[in-house]
Design a protein around this ligand. Structure first.
Ligand code: ADP
Ligand code: ZN
Ligand code: ZN
Length: 724
C-alpha cells in the first residue's frame, strides 16, 4: 500500500502530496503522523490518503520510516474538511493543516506537564539512615504527608539528601500528569425557567439545516444555546459553541463552565500554549464533550457532533483575514452536514447576508422578540451634535449625556461609554452641515491617507484632493475626526472627580486576563463608568448598567465599505443592549453628526426588519453583496517590480475572462492596496464585482488566472470584510 503524505511545512514548493510506500510491518492509516525521508532530511508528514497504487513511478518511491503515534491525529471528518476548504477558499493543504492540527502537535515544543511526587517505598530500611539527620527528617515528613512534591523537598532539605534517599531506595518518584486549565472566575449556575418563546425555539432547532436565532439583546439566547447543548449531551453527542472574540469569552465561558463543568473545553487565542495543548487533547480523547471558543474552535477534534452554535453571527471576526483565509460559517456548515446535525447561528442583528437567506427557507428563522426580563429595550435618544456646536458646545460630550451621567452617578449605578475605533481609516466630514466626502463612482465615503495627504476610494482606487472647504456649505470646519479612549477618560475624570472610570481597549487588555480583570473590577464598583472600544459592545451582562453613551456613532457609518451602514446598525443595537438588562431601566444617548441618516431611525426603534428592507433594496439597486459577489485578489512581495509584473500578467488573463463574461462582470480593476506596504511587502490588488448568476463558474476561472503567480503571495477573497 501507498500513503499520500503532506509535509508539515507551509510553502508553495512543498504544497504537494508526496507518495510513499508503506512497509508491511507498519500499520498506517489515513490521518496518521509519519516520518518520511525527504531529500537528505527526515521530516514529519501527515497521511492524507491510503491507496493501492502510487501516483508516480513505483521504482523511485521511498518508504515511510515510521509512524509517530498509533492513532490518526487527523480524524476522517477533518481530512474531508481540509479538502473542502482547499477547494472552497483556494487554500493549500499545508496551510489548512495548521488549523486542524494545532502547532503544539506539529512541532512538539509543548509537552505534557508532569509533576514529580516523592513517596516512601513500602518496606524501606530505616537503619541505613542512622547518622543522616537530614534524611531522617525527610522520612518523618513523608510518613506524615504520605507524599510531597519532589521540588519542595529539594528546596527544604537540599538536593543531596533527597538524592541519597532515592539512591538508597528509600523513596521513589511518581509522575502525575497535570492538566493545565484556563483561568476562569467562579460563577454560580443561574437557574431560570424558560419562557414560551425559548421553549419553542429549542423545539424548532433539530434535524439538519441552518437555523437563525434572531433574538433581541437580552432575550435569553444563551439560555437557548445551553439547553440545546444539554439535550445533545443527553443523546451522547458532542457540541461546538463559538463566540466572537476574547472580549466576550471569559464571561460566557464561566457561564458555560458553571452549567457543564468538566465537560467544557476552552479554545481561544488568549490561552497559553500549554493550556491550549491540554484542552485540545481533552477534546481529542473525548474527555471534554463541549468546546466553547473563538473562531478556531470550529476545528475542535470532536466526533459525533450533535449541534454547532455560532453566537453573534454578524461579527466580522468569524472571517479569517490572514492566511489561511476562510469563513467560519462555511466550515461550520460543512461539519454540520457531515454530522447531520443542526447549525444554529444567533444574533440580535443578523447580517444582511444571512437574513436574505431566510426568505427562501435556506435558513430557518427562529425569533425571540422580547427581553427575558420582560422589560422594554432601553430608549435610544438621538443627540444632534451639530446642534451642540451651534449652541457653543464643541466638546466631546453633549449636555444631555453629561446630565444623564450625573444622574447615574447620583443613583450609584453604572454607565458605559462607547467609542468607535476601527481600523486605521477615517473619513472627512463637515462639522457645520454634516457633509461627508464620497466617491463619485462608488457612493462610499472616501478615506483620508495621511502619508500622501489624499482622499481615496477603497473600492475603485480613485483619488481626490483633500478638501479645505466644504463643497456643500463652504465652511472650513471640514476635518477628519476621531476621539480616543484615553482622551475621553481624561475629560470624564476631570468632570467626575471621585468616580471610578475604567478603560478598556487594546492597550489596557494586552496582558493575560486583562479583559477579565477590568470587567471584574467594573462589576463590583458602583458608581462607575467603563470607557471602551468595540470590546465593550458585545455580550456583557452587567445588571447595574443603566446608561450607555455612544460618543461618535458616525465613525462606523462612513467607513469606506458597502457594509458600513449595516455595521453601524449592529453596533448601536449591540451597545444599546448593554443597558437595563436586569431590574433597572436603561437608556442610551447616541451622539451623531448626521441625525437624519436612516440607520439611526431604524436603530432607535429597534426595527431590524425595517432596516433590512431598506438596506437590501439599496444593495440590490447598487449591485452590492449579497446581490453580487466581490472578489479581491491581493498580491504582495518585497520587490515592488515583482508584484507589478505578476499583477500585470495576471490582469491580462483576467481581461480575457471579462471578455468572455462581459455581461456578468460589473466592475474590474487593478490598483495599489489602500495600505500600500505592510512589513516591507508591497501590496497590489484586483477588485472584481460580478453578478450572481454564473458567479461560481466565473470565480473558478478568475482563480485559475492566479495560478501562475509564483513569487508574490496571493490572497483570494470573496466579499472581503476589509479591503485595506
Ligand atoms: P442574549 O444572549 O439574548 O443577549 P442572555 O442569554 O444573556 O441574552 O440573557 C439575558 C439575561 O436574561 C440573563 O441574565 C439571563 O440569565 C436572563 N434570562 C434568560 N432566560 C431567562 C428566563 N427564561 N427567565 C428569566 N431570565 C432569563
Ligand atoms: Zn470609487
Ligand atoms: Zn458643510
Amino acid at each position: 500500500m501507498f500513503a499520500s503524505v503532506i509535509i508539515d511545512q507551509d510553502t508553495k514548493a512543498l504544497d504537494k502530496v508526496f507518495d510513499y510506500k508503506i512497509p508491511d510491518e507498519l500499520n498506517i492509516k489515513e490521518g496518521f503522523r509519519v516520518l518520511v525521508p525527504f531529500g537528505s532530511r527526515i521530516l514529519q508528514g501527515f497521511v492524507v490518503e491510503i491507496k493501492s497504487q502510487a501516483g508516480y513511478d513505483e521504482a523511485k518511491i521511498k518508504k515511510v520510516i515510521s509512524s509517530v503515534d498509533d492513532f490518526p491525529i487527523i480524524k476522517p471528518e477533518m481530512l474531508k474538511l481540509m479538502k473542502f476548504m482547499c477547494d472552497k477558499f483556494h487554500l493549500r493543504l499545508t496551510s489548512v493543516l495548521k488549523l486542524v492540527v494545532p502547532s503544539e502537535m506539529r512541532e512538539g515544543k509543548v509537552k505534557d506537564l508532569f509533576v514529580k511526587w516523592a513517596v516512601l517505598k513500602p518496606n524501606f530500611e530505616l537503619q541505613n539512615l542512622n547518622k543522616a539527620k537530614v534524611q531522617q527528617k525527610i522520612v518523618v515528613k513523608l510518613q506524615e504527608l504520605k507524599k510531597a512534591k519532589l521540588n519542595d523537598l529539594k528546596e527544604e532539605f537540599g538536593i543531596s539528601a533527597v538524592k541519597a534517599l532515592i539512591e538508597k531506595g528509600v523513596i521513589e518518584i511518581v509522575l502525575e500528569k497535570i492538566n493545565r486549565q484556563p483561568y476562569l472566575t467562579e460563577r454560580e449556575d443561574k437557574k431560570v425557567v424558560l419562557n414560551e418563546m425559548q421553549r419553542k425555539a429549542i423545539e424548532t432547532v433539530k434535524g439538519e439545516g441552518v437555523f437563525l436565532l434572531h433574538g433581541v439583546t437580552g432575550s435569553g439566547k444563551t439560555e437557548v444555546y445551553m439547553n440545546l447543548i444539554s439535550k445533545v449531551l443527553q443523546e451522547g453527542k458532542n457540541a461546538i459553541m463559538l463566540v466572537p472574540e476574547i472580549s466576550l469569552t471569559p464571561q460566557v465561558m464561566s457561564t458555560f463552565r458553571a452549567r457543564f463543568g468538566e465537560n467544557i473545553a476552552l479554545l481561544h487565542s488568549n490561552l497559553s500554549a500549554g493550556e491550549r495543548f491540554d484542552e485540545w487533547k481533552r477534546l481529542f480523547s473525548g474527555q471534554a464533550k463541549v468546546v466553547v471558543g473563538a473562531r478556531s474552535a470550529i476545528f475542535a477534534p470532536l466526533e459525533n457532533v450533535g449541534i454547532i452554535i455560532i453566537d453573534e453571527q454578524h461579527e466580522a471576526t468569524y472571517i479569517s483575514e490572514s492566511n489561511p483565509r476562510y469563513d467560519t460559517f462555511d466550515v461550520a456548515k460543512f461539519r454540520a452536514n457531515f454530522n447531520k446535525c443542526p447549525l444554529l447561528v444567533g444574533s440580535a442583528t443578523p447580517s444582511v447576508d444571512i437574513y436574505e437567506k431566510t426568505k427562501d427557507q435556506e435558513v430557518k428563522l427562529v425569533e425571540l422578540p422580547v427581553r427575558a426580563n420582560g422589560k422594554e429595550l432601553p430608549k435610544i435618544q438621538i443627540i444632534d451634535m451639530m446642534n451642540e456646536i451651534r449652541v457653543g458646545n464643541s466638546g466631546i460630550f453633549s449636555t444631555q449625556l453629561l446630565t444623564d451621567l450625573a444622574s447615574v452617578i447620583n443613583d450609584k449605578k453604572q454607565a458605559m461609554i462607547f467609542i468607535n475605533r476601527r481600523g486605521f481609516s477615517s473619513f472627512m466630514m463637515c462639522r457645520e452641515c454634516g457633509y461627508v466626502a464620497k466617491c463619485t463612482d462608488c457612493d462610499v465615503s472616501l478615506v483620508y491617507h495621511r502619508e500622501d495627504n489624499r482622499l481615496k476610494c477603497h473600492y475603485c482606487g480613485k483619488q481626490y484632493k483633500v478638501l479645505d472647504k466644504c463643497p456643500n456649505c463652504g465652511s472650513d470646519k471640514i476635518k477628519q475626526g476621531a476621539v480616543g479612549t484615553e482622551r475621553v477618560v481624561k475629560e470624564l475624570q476631570e468632570i467626575f472627580k471621585d468616580v471610578k472610570i475604567l478603560r478598556m481597549d487594546n492597550d489596557t487588555t494586552s496582558r493575560k486576563n486583562g479583559h477579565e480583570k477590568i470587567l471584574e473590577e467594573f462589576r463590583k464598583t458602583t458608581p462607575a463608568i467603563l470607557v471602551g472600544t468595540q470590546m465593550i459592545a458585545k455580550g456583557h451582562d452587567f445588571e447595574n448598567v443603566t446608561l450607555v453613551g455612544i460618543i461618535d456613532a458616525d465613525q462606523s457609518l462612513y467607513r469606506a465599505d458597502y457594509r458600513s451602514t449595516e455595521r453601524c446598525f449592529q453596533l448601536i443595537t449591540q451597545v444599546a443592549g448593554r443597558a437595563g438588562r436586569s431590574t433597572f431601566e436603561g437608556k442610551v444617548d447616541l451622539q451623531t453628526y448626521s441625525p437624519r441618516h436612516y440607520v439611526y431611525k431604524f436603530a432607535a426603534n429597534y426595527d431590524y426588519k425595517g432596516f433590512f428592507k431598506k438596506e437590501a433594496n439599496l444593495r440590490k439597486t447598487a449591485s452590492f453583496p449579497p446581490y453580487s459577489k466581490i472578489i479581491r485578489i491581493l498580491f504582495s512581495h518585497t520587490d515592488e517590480n515583482v508584484v507589478r509584473d505578476e499583477l500585470k500578467s495576471c490582469y491580462n488573463k483576467l481581461l480575457k475572462v471579462r471578455e468572455k463574461f462581459f455581461d456578468d462582470i460589473i466592475y474590474m480593476d487593478a490598483m495599489k492596496s489602500p495600505i500600500k506596504r505592510i512589513k516591507n511587502s508591497y501590496r497590489y490588488q484586483v477588485i472584481i464585482r460580478i453578478k450572481l448568476e454564473h458567479c461560481d463558474e466565473i470565480e473558478k476561472e478568475i482563480f485559475k488566472c492566479t495560478e501562475d503567480v509564483l513569487k508574490s503571495s496571493v490572497f483570494f477573497e470573496v466579499n472581503p470584510e476589509n479591503m485595506s
